[in-house]
Design a protein around this ligand. Structure first.
Ligand code: BGC
Length: 756
């Protein structure tokens, strides 16, 4: 379809009308020109297609569908292929259901463990989130249906979600809060991007030209349409001018009329409206011309797939004395109502109406030696002495106890944040009592975000299942009994306590102002820099086998910032069973004038290895792996110097390292003034030479004193003299230079320095 031509035939009213939804889930069509209306649906980990009585918070029922592991769980796979498989399944389901766009992936940064939507989000690390999201997008869009990458941007809390302003500095925005979106857009070309509810530095994300047009389209090459989060539009005409194409769900025509009025009144250029309509219709036709309603949706097969995905995501946090895997011949007690009713998805717009679920107890039906006690009541979020005693009596008779714990629905949901990081008290008490009664206690956790674990040293093993989708029970059994070997790694740090989290002091903000004062020091970037003890570090996850890393090599030891670097490492399965290992590569800038994290994730790869097998993991690093965002250049910049390449099994388990030199000839422009200090000028090799007359003039005044009474005093005064000199502004030469340089000479010198 020649969309440009089509748009030329539309009246202004028709165009304005196409810029908002028909209802909750459909774009508008136009009968006069046969423009089709298409349907979109949440997202992200299954379809929430509502046929009637629509709403955006899953209050009303949607069609029966398959719930895959939520973002929190999927992210722990550290496996782009797996994200591709999930995307492929979702794309096929969309085609079968006549959906043009699935509203996901959700890739906001997990800034604090408290964010109510953390269960949907991927990681505290933008490289991991962006790379995984790109694979999901490619998987979906291979079916000629689109995705909506959300929520763009800096939307890391639910508290006051429609009004709060995220106050984020430019470098933090680029390095942390935009970076995952950037990777997703550049690598996978999503059909749509959903702007978030919040404001960014005071401007609604739905009205911010900087993010919606200059960066998204201008820099990253986005060519789809931007859709508002449901109800995120405030000033519609300003939104159109900023690049916010489609308003969802619509405003009963009120905002469409405002677009028309703004154009007629001269405050909005009609070409901006044309552009928005073109963006929308390009996507509409991309789907409509490739619709395949005859596609089959095999839900049973997807249920099995959901179990498979969940298996690959589970993180074995701890496994003392190899208590896991359990033996099927042993008496095992399953404790906790989550064994019967697992929590496997979160509340709100992503809530799937599952056609089927499998709990751990259901999955264990063929097992002879499993007993069960409820332990606590999920709905009432409580326990009784009777329930606790029953659990204790049962585990006393068993070889091992597995407590199924986690956050109830009410603790973690879209729309509001958690107020603390604890599990319900009744569950902590249950775990404590069970662990006292049985030395082989295992805890399985169902939660979308870190929890404190006061019992961490009392239990032998912990499996973090996150919110693992409708077949989580089946996957849990496979992991517990060793039919599958755990291979998930934490996509976020588990701090010891909430107060350790870098955003703790400012999270939630004051009324509508939320300052992101920790800057780029989010997650492990903070805990590492502060050398803090954590409960479990970013990237951590154990296996039933062991892996040996060796032979790290780089294809060059010196490179420019235009070159790429290839890094390879051999990984061997040195244990007795098949297993997978997510190999992680971090880059550390040894010395930098910018304040940077200790190290940052810049590569990961999951390898599958049979016992004794060795494979090579290879990574290609480009400029971005070494760069930080320089606010003077307003660009990514590599400061020349030595960088460490660290490869390991987690952020705190680095097994191999190498060093390379990266050289950049990009010069950061500086304009020296009389207020510039000598230290800064001395750092600039080109300007340094010109400084000699000033140094000569000042050296008399600041030469170390000869009459210092002993050597120590002499050293101190020499240091002091050097420091005084370094931190002097150029103009000081007029006061302290013994009149050896005049004002005119200083001006001439400045001119020379700035020409150098
Ligand atoms: C959520 C989005 C969702 C939309 C439609 C909003 O409340 O923030 O993630 O896609 O509703 O359900």
């Amino acid at each position: 379809m020649d969309v440009k031509k089509l748009v030329a035939h539309l009246t202004l009213e028709e165009k304005a009308s196409l810029c908002s939804g028909l209802d909750f889930w459909h774009t508008k069509g136009a009968d006069r020109l046969n423009i089709p209306s298409v349907m979109v649906s949440d997202g992200p980990h299954g379809l929430r297609k509502q046929e009637e009585r629509a709403d955006h918070l899953a209050v009303n029922e949607s069609i029966k569908a398959v719930c895959f592991p939520a973002g929190s769980a999927m992210a722990a796979s550290f496996d782009t292929e797996l994200f591709g498989t999930l995307g492929d399944a979702l794309g096929a389901s969309c085609q079968a259901e006549g959906l043009a766009v699935v509203l996901g992936p959700a890739i906001n940064i997990k800034r604090s463990p408290l964010c109510g939507r953390n269960f949907e989000y991927l990681s505290e690390d933008p490289y991991l989130a962006g790379t995984e999201a790109a694979a999901y997008i490619k998987g979906v869009q291979a079916h000629n249906v689109g995705v909506s990458v959300k929520h763009y941007a800096a939307n890391s809390q639910e508290h006051r979600r429609m009004s709060s302003s995220s106050q984020v500095d430019e470098r933090t925005m680029r390095e942390i809060y935009l970076a995952a979106f950037e990777t997703a857009v550049r690598e996978a070309k999503p059909w749509t991007v959903m702007c978030s509810y919040n404001r960014i530095n005071g401007v609604y994300a739905s009205e911010d030209r900087l993010y919606l047009t200059d960066i998204l389209r201008g820099e990253w090459g986005f060519d789809g349409f931007v859709v508002s989060d449901w109800g995120a539009v405030s000033d519609r005409a300003r939104g159109v001018a900023a690049g916010m194409d489609l308003e969802m769900p619509g405003s009963g025509g009120v905002n469409d009329a405002k677009i028309v009025k703004a154009v007629r009144g001269g405050s909005l250029d009609e070409r901006e409206v044309d552009r928005a309509v073109e963006n929308i219709l390009n996507v509409v036709y991309r789907y409509a011309e490739n619709a395949k309603p005859e596609t089959e949706w095999d839900k049973e097969a997807q249920h099995e797939l959901s179990a498979k995905l969940a298996e690959e995501c589970m993180v074995l946090l701890k496994n003392d004395s190899g208590v896991l895997p359990l033996k099927k011949s042993d008496e095992i007690a399953f404790i906790g109502e989550f064994a019967a009713k697992p929590r496997f998805q979160g509340g709100g717009s992503s809530h799937i109406n599952c056609f089927k679920t499998t709990s751990a107890l259901e999955a264990a039906e063929g097992y002879q030696n499993i007993s069960y006690a409820k332990g606590f009541d999920i709905a009432g979020d409580s326990t009784t002495e009777e329930l606790l005693n029953e659990a204790v009596a049962l585990v006393k008779k068993a070889r091992a106890a597995v407590v199924f714990a986690g956050l109830p629905d009410s603790y973690e949901s879209e729309g509001y944040d958690r107020t603390h990081m604890r599990l319900p008290a009744c569950q902590n008490e249950l775990i404590r009592r069970v662990a006292e009664a049985n030395p082989n206690t295992v805890v399985v956790l169902h939660n979308g975000s870190p929890v404190e674990m006061p019992w961490v040293n009392d239990v032998k093993a912990i499996v973090e299942a996150y919110l693992g989708g409708q077949a989580v029970g089946k996957a849990t059994l496979s992991i517990l009994f060793g039919d599958a070997n755990p291979s998930g790694k934490l996509p976020e740090t588990f701090p010891l306590k909430l107060e350790d989290n870098p955003s703790y002091l400012f999270y939630g903000g004051e009324k509508d102002v939320v300052e992101y004062r920790e800057g780029v020091f989010v997650g492990y970037r903070y805990y590492d820099k502060k050398k803090m003890e954590v409960l479990f570090p970013f990237g951590h996850g154990l296996s039933y086998t062991t892996f040996e890393y060796s032979n790290l090599r780089v294809d060059k030891t010196s490179l420019t910032d235009n070159d790429t670097l290839t890094v390879s490492v051999d990984v061997k399965n040195t244990g007795g069973v098949f297993g997978k290992e997510a190999v992680q590569l971090y880059v550390a800038d040894r010395e930098s004038s910018a304040i940077r994290p200790e190290k940052e994730l810049k590569g990961f790869l999951k390898l599958a290895l049979t016992p004794n097998e060795t494979k090579t993991a290879s990574f290609t690093l480009d400029k971005r792996a070494f760069a930080y965002w320089n606010t003077t250049l307003r660009d990514w910049h590599v400061e020349s110097g030595i960088f460490d390449i660290l490869v390991g099994a987690s952020s705190r388990d680095i097994r191999c390292r190498a060093a390379v030199e990266v050289v950049s000839d990009v010069r950061i422009p500086v304009a020296y003034t009389a207020d510039s200090i000598l230290a800064d000028i001395l750092e600039d090799p080109r300007a340094k030479e010109g400084l000699k007359p000033v140094l000569d003039a000042l050296s008399n005044m600041f030469a170390p004193q000869d009459d210092a009474s002993d050597a120590a005093e002499a050293a101190i005064s020499a240091d002091m003299a050097a420091a005084m000199l370094r931190y002097m502004p150029l103009r000081a030469v007029l006061s302290f230079g013994g009149n050896r340089i005049t004002g005119d000479q200083l001006n001439a010198l400045l001119e020379r320095l700035n020409r150098a």
